[in-house]
Design a protein around this ligand. Structure first.
Ligand code: DON
Length: 556
């Protein structure tokens, strides 16, 4: 079923698809993700009586086959599930550092970061969390048999599928890096050109083993042995013991209110949920009714709050199991104090924005996301990743598994920016078995106990500000879901000290005012690719961001 919302958008979706579309309306369940066949696979699970968690598991494995840019079994991520009457839970299946990891493992003898070591090849890899995470979500909440949920992915890996526009362009972009790995070259390229049809028999065999043996099929046995052998041969650190010891962790979601809506999002080791809460709470203290959407004042207030949020992230945040989250960063006093540091029309240079070092005196004080909703009103938000497009650019021989380069999300050396320009310090230093800090922000919004929306995005450091702006558009500016999702966005992350913005984000006079205030501005093609479900009329809309040409919504 298609709404007359946007012929332009439909034209942006060049991919063949049985059913899924950029925009869908449904009352019985929706799946929105970055590949139409995966959306159909998820919708099919819902039609066969599976719940939102079942669909999320099936989509997770399907994307590992169809969307190898970010879909994965060799990566990790986060899942937020909300069940009406039972509340929200957050599952952390983030990768973690191998036991032999050390703080200086990416530095040369002079103490400088060795370029590429944390992003390319086996040393860049964190112990994968995805198979364990999906298995645990299913163990706790799933309804259909586990092996049924892997079947479509196994079939696609065995039979192959047509390379879609997204994958073709991504493979071309990364080909010099990827073709260095013989397994990558063989699986995805004909000479220098991406293959038109991708068949992954080794991956099918790995998936079959996981289907038969559960997560153990990945973390023990021949798959674990193959990973260890490849690691040993290529300078990686992960052992069979690292794999056998990996566990996903249920955590308490970050929860806060915006008006009469309640937002549930991911806690540490993602900074995403806290940062989202920070932005809403600080801006709530600053906003006046005359702050018009994308006016210079609006941009100014949001950007100054963003600078502070990223400064706190860099100072304080890391794996909560080794670096506890400072509780003073989560009090009304603190949020009010941060709001007071921001003055309308004043610009604080990044050097002048400092992280908060202790409690404030009392008063004063190629990631991908998918969203699922089922007929019972249960929502699942999953953001999972290999980190960079195609991760570390290596495939474990004999297994078809693409490995992540998530180790780059650690702070390799204080003050040295990672792939996304983010800096950090001791809290997020590399350490044995530590989980690296993330920005991924899978989020569920609830009103009166019922799901209002499910959303999230890829985009590295820009994920939080992307999710924030879509929610601000919906909850504060009261936009309709479709314009709220497509509206142009902007972003500031403290360092570098610049506002990045999409080409049409600001009017000419707003741009001039912002420049006159002293902001450095940098236009970028796109910020984030949101995959969202949002309540609309007597049902829900599934909306796939036009910034992701191949994304689609499937429905029951
Ligand atoms: O966990 C994180 O924050 C990053 N590894 C996410 C990477 C990402 O979003 C890349 N996609 N564009």
């Amino acid at each position: 079923m298609l709404l007359a919302l946007g012929p332009v958008l439909l034209a942006l979706s060049p991919l063949p698809s049985e059913a899924a579309e950029k925009v869908a309306f449904a009352r019985q369940g929706l799946v929105v993700c970055e590949h139409p066949q995966a959306a159909d696979i998820g919708a099919d699970v819902l039609r066969q009586g599976g719940n939102a968690v079942d669909a999320a598991v099936a989509v997770g494995f399907a994307l590992a086959v169809l969307f190898p840019q970010a879909g994965n079994v060799g990566g990790g991520g986060f899942l937020v599930v909300y069940r009406p009457g039972a509340g929200a839970d957050a599952l952390d299946f983030r990768e973690r550092a191998p036991a032999r990891a050390t703080p200086d493992m990416y530095l040369d003898p002079a103490g400088n970061v060795v370029p590429g070591l944390s992003t390319q090849g086996y040393r860049a890899v964190g112990v994968p969390g995805t198979p364990a995470g999906l298995f645990e979500a299913h163990r706790r909440f799933g309804r259909l048999p586990w092996s049924r949920l892997l079947r479509p992915a196994i079939e696609l890996a065995t039979r192959g599928f047509e390379t879609d526009t997204n994958l073709y362009l991504a493979l071309r972009r990364e080909r010099d890096r990827l073709r260095n790995d013989p397994e990558f070259a063989r699986t995805f390229f004909d000479g220098t050109e991406p293959k038109r049809r991708i068949v992954q028999p080794e991956l099918a065999r790995t998936l079959q083993t996981i289907a038969a043996r559960g997560a153990q099929g990945f973390y023990t046995g021949w798959v674990a042995e193959a990973i260890e052998t490849a690691m040993r041969r290529h300078g990686g650190l992960i052992t069979r013991q690292d794999l056998a010891e990996y566990r996903p962790v249920w955590r308490k979601p970050v929860e806060f209110s915006v008006g009469d809506a309640t937002v549930f999002s991911m806690p540490l080791p993602s900074a995403g949920g806290w940062m989202l809460k920070f932005l809403f709470h600080v801006l709530e203290n600053l906003r006046t009714p005359d702050v018009g959407w994308h006016s210079a004042l609006h941009v100014n207030l949001v950007v100054e709050a963003e600078k502070q949020a990223y400064a706190e992230r860099a100072q304080h945040m890391g794996d909560p199991d080794s670096v506890p989250f400072p509780s003073f960063l989560d009090t009304p006093t603190y949020f009010r104090a941060m709001a007071r540091r921001i003055r309308p029309y004043q610009v604080r240079p990044a050097e002048a924005v400092r992280p908060t070092l202790g409690p404030l005196p009392e008063e004063s004080p190629e990631t991908t996301h998918y969203s699922v909703l089922d007929a019972q009103g249960t929502a699942v938000a999953v953001t999972y990743t290999l980190n960079d497009l195609f991760g570390a650019g290596v495939i474990v021989p004999g297994t078809g598994i693409l490995l992540n380069n998530e180790m780059d999300d650690f702070s390799l050396k204080p003050g040295v920016p990672n792939l996304y320009g983010l800096t950090g310090g001791a809290a997020n230093a590399v350490g044995p078995r530590k989980r690296m800090l993330s920005s991924m922000t899978p989020t569920v919004v609830v009103r009166d106990g019922q799901v209002l929306g499910v959303l999230g995005s890829p985009g590295g450091a820009t994920i939080v500000t992307t999710v924030y702006q879509v929610l601000e558009n919906l909850l504060v500016f009261r936009m309709e879901p479709f314009p709220a999702l497509t509206a142009p966005r902007f972003h500031h992350q403290w360092t570098p000290d610049e506002i990045r913005y999409e080409p049409t984000a600001f009017s000419g006079d707003t741009l001039r005012i912002l420049q006159g205030m002293g902001y450095r501005l940098q236009v970028v093609p796109a910020l984030g690719r949101v995959q969202m479900v949002w309540r609309w009329q007597d049902g829900y809309l599934g909306l796939s961001d036009p910034r992701s040409p191949g994304g689609a919504a499937g429905w029951r």
